[in-house]
Design a protein around this ligand. Structure first.
Ligand code: HEM
Length: 443
């Protein structure tokens, strides 16, 4: 805690009236330029928000790990995600968060994750078997459909295959809306066409969630997260209140597939544009799996595959910015960060910092030797966050990404089609800005 200092960290002066909102129309470039221009702690204003961008791993560790009890999730995160995931595990704070995490964590224990493995392989094989030689596919759409199917079957214990297209469509509307500048300026209730579409998409998604809960209630003996949350024994004799349960299921539906889908989409694009890496990956898969489906037991042998995923998430961290806000004024280095300010800690920037990574924009899975890993500052790589709020689905996501790559690249090769223009945008998750069209070839 510190006294109010008059000195603010350096940063862009922004645009009058709405702060730096115009510059941040391309936030990923803006974040990188902030570090290059102003250093480790950058201050700017976005609409009426005061933002402190932290670019040094040690400062980020101080916030997320060492001093985590002095911060909550930011009100920006809650404003943007609250209408969708309510007070679920991602957006809640304090005792309510602690209680939820305690109840949910066992569903992500390594032994339990292993149980999800077979369900994952089934879903992957079903999806990939629909690909024929010469097919033109949009990789992001394929990966989103696949990860949604996996999270529904493995984690939520339901089959929502027939609703996948509709859910994808609803989420596109919702994410697009959240990102729009107008969302920040217009109160939610105003009946603009955008708000109307948003509300319709949200109701449609809520009915999917209600359907999932109803299905699990009717057959509550499953091993999935929803059955666990419905089981009073598992929740200390108290049934979870219906709104809380809805928020939780919505959180898993959204957080549990979109990020992994983006990681896989970027990985496929990187592999298609780096044939040497693809060749080495395929060699490892042939050597270690010999045509078999991936399994939990074999995952440990897939060292290079793991490095490919790690390096792809370094360059394209699906969550490109992590936010917190101080409960009270905190002092960081020589600056005071006041209560209610937003602290922005972008993996996107830290992962591309030449102080930690040689040739930081290059895709080099080979760089991830054990020695290199142990030489890095702890928070120089944090695609899953850090500290007590670290991603609960990390193991699930890494196993899923490994299984998808292993199945896909054992059987198929993907070429980027000429109509694909590659660009990245920041829309809640880091996403490709345009469709990623590719052609499928059988190996
Ligand atoms: C590559 C895939 C994924 C990435 C990059 C990712 C990233 C993250 C990050 C950075 C956080 C921390 C946010 C913060 O500190 O503010 C987080 C939290 C969370 N993630 Fe993930 N995630 C992924 C996959 C998943 C999956 C598969 C699930 C569910 C099955 C999931 C569910 C959650 C939840 C519920 C939280 C909130 C945890 C808490 O606050 O206690 N994520 N994720």
């Amino acid at each position: 805690m510190g006294t109010t200092s008059k000195v603010a960290p350096p940063g862009p002066s922004g645009w009058p009236v709405i702060g730096s909102a115009l510059e941040s129309r391309n936030p990923l470039t803006f974040f990188l330029e902030n570090r290059r221009e102003y250093g480790d702690i950058v201050y700017y204003e976005f609409l009426d928000e005061s933002i402190y961008q932290l670019n040094h791993p040690d400062d980020i560790e101080w916030v997320l790990v060492e001093n985590n009890q002095a911060f909550t999730k930011s009100h920006l995160t809650k404003d943007v995600l609250g209408p969708i995931v309510g007070e679920g595990l991602f957006t809640s704070d304090g005792d309510s968060w602690r209680e939820q995490r305690r109840r949910i964590q066992p569903a992500f224990h390594p032994d339990q994750i292993a149980v999800y493995g077979d369900l994952m392989v089934d879903a992957i094989e079903r999806r990939l078997s629909a690909w024929g030689p010469g097919d033109r596919i949009e990789v992001n759409e394929e990966m989103r459909a696949l990860t949604l199917d996996i999270v529904a079957r493995a984690l939520l214990g339901v089959n929502i295959e027939s609703e996948i297209e509709q859910i994808g469509h609803d989420l596109d509307i919702i994410f697009g809306r959240l990102d729009s500048l107008w969302y920040h300026l217009l109160p939610e209730g105003i009946p603009t066409p955008g708000n109307h579409r948003f509300n319709r998409a949200l109701s449609s998604l809520e009915s999917v969630v209600d359907g999932i809960i109803a299905e699990r209630r009717a057959d509550p003996d499953g091993d999935d997260v929803v059955s666990r949350l419905l089981d009073p024994e598992y929740t200390d004799g108290e049934p979870m209140n219906p709104q809380q349960l809805r928020d939780e299921v919505m959180t898993f539906l959204v957080a549990g597939h979109e990020t992994t889908a983006q990681a896989l989409t970027f990985t496929c694009h990187l592999l298609a544009t780096h044939p040497d890496v693809e060749a080495r990956l395929v060699e490892e898969l042939e050597d270690k799996l010999g045509g078999d489906a991936p399994s939990v037991a074999k995952m440990r042998d897939l060292t290079y595959t793991g490095r490919v995923i790690r390096e792809a998430m370094r360059l394209y961290p699906p969550v490109s910015d992590v936010h917190r806000e101080p409960i009270d004024t905190v002092e960081l280095r020589k600056y005071d960060i006041p209560q209610g300010a937003t602290i922005s800690m972008p993996p996107w920037v830290v992962h591309r910092d030449p102080r930690w990574y040689d040739d930081p924009d290059a895709f080099q899975p080979e760089r991830w030797t054990d020695d290199f890993r142990s030489s890095l500052p702890r928070l120089a790589y944090f695609p899953f966050g850090a500290g007590p709020r670290r991603c609960v689905g990390e193991r699930f996501a890494l196993m899923e990404a490994t299984f998808v790559l292993a199945s896909l690249y054992q059987d198929y090769h993907l070429d980027v089609r000429p109509e694909t223009t590659f660009a990245v945008e920041y829309e809640v998750a880091t996403r490709p800005k345009h469709p990623i069209w590719m052609t499928v070839t059988h190996r």
